[in-house]
Design a protein. Structure first.
Length: 320
């Protein structure tokens, strides 16, 4: 019971910390006259992944690579199957393929690069450097193409910033929000890791399974809230774009930084099962977005059923 309490308290702290950091960062960007384009691309697109970032980096430094990697891989799977599935069930997601094509292709490429770099064993310092270099290149490419070539995705990233915009705030408010967000994220990651490790030990379940499921879902709550709200408001491109940006940052940014700080051996079940589920769901999403230009309720239900099957397989066949 105590471990479960730690887990849920940690998730709550991470969720509140992520929300505070995003809003504080956006308020700071407004005061500094940062463009909505850059705010949406960087602060919102990647800020929603801040819980995954602190948990995976903390786990890597604490010598828990199964949670560090499982959190990222599980979050990417859950973002597509669980969050987008839920959004599409709430309301069909009609999207503009040109606005999402670059990010969708980048997500698939990053997902395909993961098993190549792992090579059946681990992610090393060099892999971390490559991931981070690719992330910087992606950001430069995205910003340049949207600002100077009027790419269709520019409106999407501006809309992402507007989706969670809170207007002008005082300097004291912004500093407090950012500081509180960072404190909650760091403390919440510690509390969550204690609970997750305790649960894995008590039920004799590998830490990789806990990282891929409970931890991954818990750290994905900011993505869930923003995408569901966007879906309810009929802002389908924002709902989908938020997930694409988060998945890109999870792989290139979070795993890149984690591997740079500490080499990450990859659990056998991730090599045999989860990395291929992540790649398969990424390709499936790309196909659905570029073929029908929408995710209807039936496809959303299919994604949710797929996530239920994935969770069942995680704890039954691949839970050892």
């Amino acid at each position: 019971m105590l471990d479960l309490l730690f887990l849920f308290v940690g998730i709550a702290m991470l969720t509140l910390g992520g929300e505070a950091l995003i809003k504080g960062s956006l308020a700071t960007a407004n005061r500094l006259k940062v463009s909505p384009l850059l705010s949406g691309l960087v602060i919102v697109g990647f800020g929603t992944s801040s819980p995954e970032l602190v948990v995976s980096v903390n786990a890597a430094l604490e010598g828990q690579p199964d949670i560090a990697i499982g959190n990222v891989v599980g979050s990417n799977i859950g973002n597509i199957l669980l969050i987008l599935g839920l959004c599409a069930v709430i309301t069909p997601l009609v999207v503009k393929p040109l606005a999402l094509r670059r990010d969708a292709v980048t997500m698939v490429a990053a997902s395909a690069l993961f098993p190549i770099l792992v090579g059946g064993s681990a992610l090393g310092h060099g892999d971390g450097v490559l991931f981070l270099t690719l992330l910087i290149a992606y950001l430069v490419w995205a910003y340049w193409s949207e600002k100077y070539q009027a790419a269709p995705s520019a409106e999407l990233h501006q809309a992402e910033a507007e989706e969670v915009s809170i207007g002008n705030k005082s300097t004291l408010w912004t500093v407090t929000a950012v500081s509180l967000g960072l404190v909650l994220l760091i403390a919440g990651s510690q509390v969550l890791l204690i609970g997750a490790t305790g649960i894995a030990s008590y039920f004799e379940v590998p830490e990789s399974v806990i990282g891929l499921t409970l931890v991954a879902v818990g750290t994905s709550l900011p993505e869930l809230s923003i995408s569901v709200i966007a879906a309810i408001r009929k802002h389908a491109d924002v709902a989908v774009g938020n997930i694409l940006g988060s998945n890109i940052f999870n792989l290139l940014g979070i795993l890149g930084l984690s591997a740079l700080l500490q080499p990450l051996p990859v659990h056998q079940r991730i090599l045999q099962f989860d990395q291929w589920v992540m790649l398969g769901t990424s390709i499936l999403l790309l196909f659905l977005l570029l073929s029908g230009h929408r995710l209807n309720r039936a496809e959303g239900a299919m994604l949710l059923i797929g996530y239920c099957v994935y969770i069942w397989l995680s704890f039954s066949i691949f839970g050892g």
